[in-house]
Structure formats: structure tokens, C-alpha cells
Ligand binder design. Structure first.
Ligand SMILES: O=C(O)CCC(=O)C(=O)O
Ligand SMILES: [Fe+2]
Length: 205
């Protein structure tokens, strides 16, 4: 990571990742460190975590993570072949949404939650480019728990790559044309045994 990252981290200012044809910002302490343990506990206990399955080569297999989907009424979302019916907002999620809306100045009406139980849980390469997200979606991704490595690769220029560690309490904002030109993933890792919770706030048309 370039040395400027340290400056932005210390100021707790959004750090713009050096990526062409993308707009990706990292805010390292979006959740104040003192508030992080209570948030982690609330999410682990209150969220209706589910083990979903996907069909791969005609066989049903468990997704390598647990998930949950909360949204305003009437919003359904199709994601990796599954159509999600939303649950009504929990207070802990509404409060986070409120803070994110003030911070970013854009509305969010849904959140997809991922629970990576350990380093063997993961999410493969994809773009968040479903039509219901619109042209240039702003995706606000909050991380709580174990620090994991998040990777980007450019769709056409295969040499273009970027990686960023997502510490607990951080906010990663993906905006502009990021989803057109780049894919992202959360790879498996043998180094992490602790769980990580990720919340991606989105606006569904
Ligand atoms: O866990 C993460 O940081 C990424 C999750 C993600 O890319 C998604 O939910 O679309
Ligand atoms: Fe994603």
C-alpha cells in the first residue's frame, strides 16, 4: 500500500485506492474501536444467518459462508442465482444505515450480510452489477471481526490488480464505474481462524 495510506488512516479520511477506471475508498475506523465489540455481538446474535445453497454443475452445494438479507418492504434481489426475500430492518442495521447515509450522502434501502466463519469461507470473483443496482451503484461495505484480504482485478487489463486488507470497523466504498471495469473477491486463507462479518449496503431500484 502506498505511504499516503498511513496519512489517510491517521486522519481517518477516506483513502482513494490507486485504481484506474474505478472509485474505491477505504475508511479505516468507520466504526469507532470502542463500539466495535458490541456491534459484533449484536450482529452475531440478532441476524438471522442462513446457510444457502448454490447449484454447481447440477449439484447443490453449500455456499462457503452464511448470509442474510434485510431491506425495505417489496425489495427482492437476485444474487448468484438466488432470489432473496428481505427481512425487516433490525435496529442495529437501521442505525448503521443512517450513519452511512449521512457519511456518503446517498440512500441505501438494503443490506446483504455475509458471515465468514473462518479462513475457509470465501466469496469468488464477481462484480456487483445486477440490473436492479442501476448504472454506477454506490456500495458501502462494512467489515467487523477478523481482518481479511479483499482483491480486485480489472476485467480487460488482466495485469491490473489491487488488494486491500479490511480491518475490523473499516468501510470500503465502491462507486463510479468500479463495477463495470473490475471484479472483486474475498479469497480463502489458511492464516485466519476467526469469524468476519461483512455488511454491503446497496440501493435497489
Ligand atoms: O465480504 C466482502 O468483503 C465482500 C462481499 C461482497 O463482495 C458482496 O457481498 O458482494
Ligand atoms: Fe461484491
Amino acid at each position: 500500500m502506498p505511504s499516503l495510506a498511513k496519512y489517510f488512516r491517521e486522519q481517518n479520511r477516506p483513502y482513494l485506492l490507486p485504481m484506474p477506471e474505478a472509485e474505491v475508498y477505504l475508511v479505516s475506523e468507520f466504526i469507532p474501536p470502542g463500539a466495535e465489540p458490541a456491534l459484533r455481538q449484536a450482529l452475531q446474535e440478532q441476524v438471522a444467518w442462513r446457510q444457502e445453497q448454490i447449484t454447481l454443475f447440477g449439484r447443490k452445494i453449500d455456499q462457503p459462508r452464511l448470509t442474510a438479507w434485510y431491506a425495505d418492504p417489496g425489495k427482492a434481489y437476485t444474487y448468484s442465482g438466488l432470489t432473496w426475500q428481505p427481512l425487516p430492518w433490525l435496529p442495529v442495521l437501521s442505525r448503521l444505515r443512517e450513519r452511512l447515509q449521512l457519511f456518503t450522502g446517498v440512500p441505501f434501502n438494503s443490506v446483504l450480510l455475509n458471515l465468514y466463519r473462518h479462513g475457509q469461507d470465501s466469496m469468488g470473483w464477481h462484480s456487483d452489477d445486477e440490473p436492479e443496482l442501476g448504472q454506477n451503484p454506490v456500495i458501502a461495505s462494512v467489515s467487523v471481526g477478523a481482518e481479511r484480504l479483499f482483491s480486485f482485478r480489472h476485467k480487460k487489463e488482466k495485469k491490473l490488480k489491487q488488494q486491500v486488507l479490511l480491518p475490523s470497523g473499516s468501510l470500503l466504498l465502491m462507486a463510479g464505474a468500479t463495477q463495470h471495469h473490475w471484479q472483486h473477491q474475498l479469497a480463502k486463507t489458511a492464516r485466519v481462524a476467526e469469524p468476519r462479518i461483512n455488511l454491503t449496503f446497496r440501493y435497489i431500484a
